[in-house]
Design a protein around this ligand. Structure first.
Ligand SMILES: C[S@@+](CC[C@H](N)C(=O)[O-])C[C@H]1O[C@@H](n2cnc3c(N)ncnc32)[C@H](O)[C@@H]1O
Length: 403
């Protein structure tokens, strides 16, 4: 007989989770959403990076931390945060589902952490507002719902303390990335279209939306780590308070993307007046405008460097150690650049063989532009260089090498 539940370890937490063998699709792949309580091994990298980020934050902030895992499932995040991050005094593991709540309680007992991990069962929005109204200071909120995080962004920004962190997972990548651009435009109050590489757009639409919601509350956000992986996006943001800083953020980090491969154009525009002038000068470009979206850095290279250091020195036991190390290395290098190009897509359009990424990077360097590989796709580069420069480099490099 196949058991209903199994025991496993993730990081330093012991967990009782639904037996994956009972929820297999016809192709043999485990489908976590069929299980009575959600636990997805495909999200371990997401959780490992979150543990590292909280650990780096804890080291900077000092003192004791109060955390809210608002969509806890089995309780895995709250348990891992308490057991693996120094300085956590209380982690609240919340889930609306009664079955999840019961399993969280069992997992708290299994780990003997009754004094430091608290199971609650409430709607996440209601709970965040109650916590805020009680005057409690939350240092970190984790938002990991099914699909879009949009319904929970306002409450998370509202309840987190000044200088605290919010971690957001989104699995609605098709709307965000422009593949389902009508839905994305409606859900995220932006004008979207199809885009290559899609996840560049998706991350920036999500960040832009969160930044605008923060600004509406006289708050601002600074992305510490943002990445796309498999079927999800993950952002870890610092949230600060202050109308002036919110104004500055909107003016410098929220803008528009003009994307017209046919006209060799990929351009970031920060000001509405500038956008207006461009469209007036070339009315066809009006159709190619996307946004508002985030046009600033996707991460803080210094913070990401800290995570890499911590990974090597204190967290070499993490289940996704090798993957996390490689991801953080790429994110640290690509963070400063605002544009990301798909070499494959450009090569396809100008009808040349796809060149080696390294050859394109060297060509850009020779043209005076710094550039780095991007995690967004295996043949993507991030740089400040214009579309024309990158296209020329793809052409030149293709004559020399191809992948
Ligand atoms: C994607 S799963 C969370 C997975 C978990 N964070 C992890 O890392 O394994 C989403 C969870 O949110 C819960 N949920 C759905 N709607 C909710 C709501 N409005 N408030 C709180 N929890 C909710 C579901 O029961 C489910 O367990």
């Amino acid at each position: 007989m196949v058991e209903d539940f199994i025991l496993l370890n993730e990081g330093k937490a012991k967990l009782k989770v639904p037996n994956p063998a009972k929820y297999l699709r016809s192709d043999g792949v485990y489908e976590p959403s069929w299980a009575p309580v959600f636990y997805n091994p495909a999200q371990i990298l997401n959780r490992d990076i979150s543990v590292l980020a909280l650990s780096a934050y804890s080291a900077i902030k000092g003192g004791s931390l109060l955390l809210l895992d608002a969509f806890s499932g089995t309780g895995v995040r709250a348990l891992r945060f308490f057991k693996e991050v120094p300085g956590v005094s209380l982690a609240i593991a919340n889930d609306l589902s009664e079955r999840a709540h019961k399993l969280i309680q069992e997992n708290i007992s299994l780990n003997n952490v009754e004094d430091h991990v608290l199971a609650t069962s409430a709607d996440a929005n209601a709970l965040m507002h109650i916590i805020k109204s009680l005057g409690k200071t939350i240092h970190y909120v984790d938002i990991d719902p099914f699909g879009s995080p949009k319904p929970y962004i306002d409450s998370a920004l509202w309840c987190v303390r000044n200088g605290g962190l919010v971690g957001v997972t989104a699995t609605d990548t098709a709307p965000l990335s422009g593949a389902k651009w009508r839905a994305g435009s409606r859900h995220y109050d932006a004008h979207l279209n199809r885009f290559q590489p899609p996840h560049y757009l998706g991350l920036r639409v999500l960040l832009g939306y969160i930044a605008r919601r923060a600004a509406s509350m006289d708050r601002y956000v600074s992305p510490l780590v943002s990445f796309a992986n498999k079927h999800y996006y993950r952002l870890i943001l610092m949230v600060g308070r202050g109308a002036l800083r919110a104004d500055e953020m909107v003016a410098s980090k929220v803008g528009y993307l003009i994307h017209s491969p046919a006209k060799n154009e990929l351009m970031i525009v920060r000001e509405l007046r500038e956008l207006w002038d461009i469209i007036k000068g070339n009315q066809n470009l009006g159709k190619e405008v996307m946004g508002p979206l985030w046009v600033g850095e996707l991460g803080d290279p210094e913070f990401i460097g800290n995570l890499r250091k911590k990974l090597g020195e204190e967290y070499d036991y993490l289940p996704t150690y090798t993957e996390a190390k490689e991801l953080l290395r790429i994110l640290e290098n690509e963070s400063p650049y605002e544009l990301t190009y798909s070499i494959t897509e450009i090569a396809r359009r100008i009808k040349v063989n796809t060149p080696k990424v390294q050859a394109v990077l060297e060509c850009l360097e020779n043209e005076g532009f710094k550039a780095a590989r991007s995690h967004i796709c295996s043949a993507c580069v991030s740089t400040h260089a214009t579309f024309k420069v990158v296209e020329d480099c793809v052409k030149k490099s293709s004559q020399r090498t191809s992948e």
